[in-house]
Write a protein that binds this ligand. Structure first.
Ligand SMILES: Nc1ncnc2c1ncn2[C@@H]1O[C@H](COP(=O)(O)OP(=O)(O)OP(=O)(O)O)[C@@H](O)[C@H]1O
Length: 481
């Protein structure tokens, strides 16, 4: 006997399903809204979910990652809808088991459910694979859990993987983690940064060259493709690969053979390909900037890493905790704790640079906190606090107190803005003159810290003339060491 959950606002449909599923001697639960269905899953385990696409409180497709994260592996979701072709396409892309077009027959339902349950049973009986080592990846929210399922699939296969996501979302980290957990972990993980290699050098960097092949080629050079033999070739920023190289690279992917520059013989290389990009390759194909045939060959598994602002408060807290701990360990100091106001600003910020930016911001705050055991909002870079403040002001400042959902929104609450304000603005307002003086002194301190106290750099960053610079040092009693 299995447990089946139906999430559908059509009461008659739920009654029909109840009678069919109970006749099949399975347990049956039904809810008429997404919120109730998802809440039920957090406390109960079910085997199959029939999920309607259009629900009064949202689109079923959008809830798939959350539902998937709550279901045991292998998760089985059967989507039901009115036969809209886009819905069917999205359902398949989201990896659901089946898409049933309403109204569907009893026979169709039985067949789809029987097959789904058999598939689930076979998968469960199959030997448990080795657990993955995900120690370097932080994130427990539903959006990340969906990525781990794909990461596991990728690690346990030799398929080509395309990782997409905004800058700093962890594409290279995921590529490395796939490699380290794969059958090729003993081979090299070779990174090709397509964005930073010049077009003239890309061919010889990828394929190698023979001594004398061109001016400056004083010795034979092994290319990155050969170095990845037996391992993984990671093409970072593949959207930046020049069209001229895309053609030769396509051949390498098809035949695993290539010719180093100036060489007559062809070489072979058995590598696994992982590519990453923050650009929309399909759009680039339409604009004639990327080859369609290469795009087809780049991936079997496609993994989209969500931006940090979509990951939820728990992930921002978890990443911050881990990174602060690492910083303290590296500096050999006692563990520092973030104050509530510090976390509120982090949760309210929209993180355009994602995890990389979060780590940089934590590093700045760590330095600014000096010997303090607590990290306050004051220690955060002014740019971050100003952005949070501006967003709150343009929101009218009338938001409720910070809630869990806050991290999903780039617009912070009024309390978050208040906490982001410098201390002197939190109580009675000082005169503008006093405030400017305080900010000038603060600016000078931050400038010194960031530039390591180098006068040249301080003048260059601040744009201050020499006389003005030294006058300010004198005014605020700061000295250069
Ligand atoms: N989930 C995560 N857990 C721990 N660290 C992470 C996570 N995601 C990203 N990072 C860290 O954030 C930084 C940026 O990650 P990474 O270089 O992999 O991003 P990227 O998407 O490849 O960026 P880009 O597109 O700019 O090359 C690295 O220090 C990485 O270790």
């Amino acid at each position: 006997m299995a447990d089946i959950l139906v999430i559908d606002d059509d009461v008659v449909f739920c009654e029909t399903m109840a009678s069919l599923i109970q006749r099949m001697e399975h347990g049956f639960h039904a809810f008429h809204t997404l919120r109730e269905g998802v809440a039920f899953l957090s406390g109960h385990s079910v085997d199959v979910v029939f999920l309607d696409v259009r629900l009064p409180d949202g689109n079923g497709l959008d809830a798939i990652p959350r539902i998937r994260a709550s279901l045991g592996n292998p998760e089985v979701i059967i989507l039901t809808g009115l036969g809209d072709p886009d819905g069917a396409e999205l359902a398949i892309a989201a990896g659901v088991w089946d898409y049933l077009v309403k109204p569907f027959s009893v026979k169709q339902t039985r067949l789809s459910l029987d097959r789904a349950l058999r598939y689930r049973l076979e998968k469960q009986q199959a030997r448990e694979p080795e657990p993955l080592d995900l120690s370097s990846v932080v994130g427990e929210g539903p959006a990340m859990k969906a990525c781990y399922t794909l990461l596991a699939q990728a690690a346990r296969s030799d398929s080509r993987v395309l990782i997409t996501g905004e800058t700093g979302t962890g594409k290279e980290l995921f590529a490395r983690t796939i490699h380290d957990n794969s059958g090729r972990s003993k081979g090299e993980f070779v990174v090709v940064d397509c964005a930073s290699i010049t077009e003239t050098l890309l061919e010889s960097t990828l394929f190698g060259h023979k001594k004398g092949a061109f001016t400056g080629a004083d010795s034979d050079r092994t290319g990155l493709v050969k170095m990845a033999d037996g391992g993984t070739l990671f093409l970072d920023e593949v959207g930046d690969m020049p069209l001229s190289i895309q053609k030769s690279f396509l051949r390498v992917l098809q035949e695993r053979r290539f010719r180093p520059v100036g060489e007559t013989r062809e070489l072979t290389s058995d590598f696994r390909l992982i590519a990453a990009t923050n650009r929309n390759l399909q759009e680039m194909v339409e604009e004639g900037k990327f080859r369609q045939d290469l795009l087809f060959r780049l991936w079997t598994i496609s993994l989209r890493l969500p931006p940090l602002r979509e990951r939820g408060a728990e992930d921002i807290r978890g990443l911050s905790r881990v990174h602060i701990r690492n910083l303290c360990q590296k500096a050999g100091v006692a563990m520092k704790e973030p104050a509530p106001d510090f976390l509120e600003v982090l949760l309210a910020y929209d993180w355009p640079g994602n995890v990389r930016e979060l780590f940089n911001v934590l590093e700045v705050a760590f330095v600014a906190s000096r010997e303090n055991r607590t990290l306050y909002a004051m220690d955060l870079p002014p740019e971050v606090r100003i952005r949070v403040m501006r967003a709150a002001l343009s929101d009218g400042g009338g938001n409720d107190a910070l809630g869990e959902s806050r991290a999903f929104s780039p617009v912070p609450s009024f309390p978050a803005m208040e906490n982001a304000l410098p201390e002197s603005l939190q109580g009675d307002l000082p005169s503008l003159k006093d405030f400017k003086t305080e900010m000038e002194a603060l600016y000078l301190d931050v400038l010194m810290k960031r530039t390591g106290g180098s006068p040249q750099e301080m003048m260059s960053v601040s744009g201050l003339s020499k006389s003005h610079f030294y006058a300010l040092l004198k005014k605020y009693g700061r000295s250069l060491k």
